[in-house]
Design a protein around this ligand. Structure first.
Ligand SMILES: Cc1ncc(COP(=O)(O)O)c(C=O)c1O
Length: 410
């Protein structure tokens, strides 16, 4: 890697310019882990437990082919055009309908912002709110893309302890009673990335109350909310406190990531500022994806896709839990996900899961080590395992190989 220190013009030939000397301070802050995960998207020669990739088997190819053909024939002037920054009226209406159906809270479509996926929602929020040095609270562990989004704007991101019922409110109170006032709290209440666990219903009510009392803004990420294995999800934080919660959603896990579409809802001053920030980002989400999503949701197709998806992910989660039970040595533990894509594995303290990435790759297995999901030094002995995109045989064989590697470390 080129050095950051010296002159930017280190030689006469064009190839020897030290372009990295031009990088802004924030550019030097990470990013490699997510790039490495996405580079596995197309890999065919490894068993990959690494990314939060939906199963292609769930992609509704037939319905989408018919829909795209019709949209291009009948509606190309909208579907292939720029859209308003806040989203096409029909896409905002479809999200409002979806939220009413799944979260029981009505919203005026005019208050919905359509984003280019969940990560763009995080970017827009961070850009809108974060000054360098601002304190931001997250669950420990949390989605590494969120840590990157906040630290990319030079926030001091701080993890708050979780247990089997999600974020620990006593730990949050301690964090609130000391240090500078945090700018926001980021939580993933449903089938969390990376733990697969959910925030209990009781804590949801208490969390909203606590944050209201302290004037602390909650960013609720509902990426996996509709992928629960059992019955009804607990109330969303936004449905309990639209005055203190910005909810970020995405269609990446429940429809297809290829459309890069999501939403933001919450206090209007914030969503308005995010819309202004979007004008300076991609200006608008792709209209083709928005028209597809709007038709898909409005025609009731999403309900059917979700049913298939929940069944498949539940089956794969069970296969992974069986394989872990069968192969992992004593001393290794893991979570039992309530939905979503992930199992979170903890090996004995001295096992360095980052150091095992390369030997695992040589055995044809990919995973994400635990450390990047924390903002401090924790997670060195942990692993995030995604079962969402792996078939039965790969799950069993991949876990067997991983268990062999971990056993050798004990
Ligand atoms: C919790 C969470 N939020 C947001 C995202 C990003 O969503 P999108 O692909 O729509 O940007 C992910 C993707 O892995 C995620 O796990």
């Amino acid at each position: 890697m080129a050095s950051h220190g010296g002159s930017w013009l280190t030689g006469a030939s064009a190839n020897s310019y030290d372009w990295s000397a031009l990088f802004a301070r924030r550019t030097a802050r990470g990013g490699d882990e997510l790039t490495a995960i996405l580079s596995m998207a197309a890999a065919t020669d490894v068993i990959t437990f690494s990314g939060g990739f939906p199963a292609p088997e769930v992609f509704p190819v037939d319905v989408l082919s018919e829909l795209v053909e019709r949209l291009l024939k009948e509606d190309a002037a909208v579907a292939l055009q720029y859209s308003p920054t806040e989203g096409l009226p029909r896409a905002r209406a479809a999200v409002a309908t979806l939220l009413e159906q799944t979260q029981g809270r009505g919203i005026d479509p005019a208050d919905v912002l359509i984003t280019s996926g969940g990560i763009e929602g995080l970017q827009l929020l961070a850009r809108t709110l974060i000054e360098p040095g601002d304190r931001v609270l997250v669950e420990a562990p949390t989605y590494l893309g969120a840590i990157m989004a906040f630290s990319g704007f030079e926030a001091d991101v701080e993890g708050v302890a979780v247990d089997a019922d999600g974020l620990r409110l006593d730990a949050l109170e301690v964090a609130l009673s000391s240090g500078r006032r945090p700018k926001l709290l980021y939580v993933i209440p449903d089938h969390q990335n990376p733990s697969g666990l959910s925030l209990s219903e009781e804590r949801r009510h208490q969390l909203v109350e606590l944050c209201r009392r302290h004037g602390l803004l909650i960013i609720e990420d509902v990426a996996y909310r509709e992928l629960g294995f059992e019955g009804q999800a607990a109330p969303s934080l936004w449905s309990l406190g639209p005055d203190v919660v910005v909810q970020l959603g995405t269609f990446s896990k429940i429809l297809v990531p290829g459309v890069r579409l999501g939403w933001a809802v919450g206090p209007s001053a914030l969503v308005g500022a995010m819309t202004a920030a979007k004008q300076n980002s991609d200006q608008c989400a792709g209209a083709l994806g928005q028209t597809i999503m709007a038709e898909y949701v409005t025609a009731g197709h999403l309900d059917r896709t979700l049913e298939t998806a929940r069944g498949l992910y539940r089956y794969r989660a069970d296969r992974m839990l069986d394989a872990l039970e069968a192969h992992m040595p004593e001393g290794v533990s893991w979570t039992r996900p309530s939905g979503g894509f992930f199992v979170w594995l903890t090996a004995p303290q001295h096992v360095d899961t980052r150091a095992l990435v390369a030997p695992a790759a040589r055995l044809g297995v990919a995973y994400v080590p635990g450390a990047p999901f924390y903002t401090d030094t924790r997670g060195g002995n942990q692993i995030r395992l995604s079962y969402s995109r792996a078939d039965d045989a790969s799950i069993d064989e991949g876990i067997r190989r991983l268990a062999t590697l971990i056993r050798a470390e004990l």
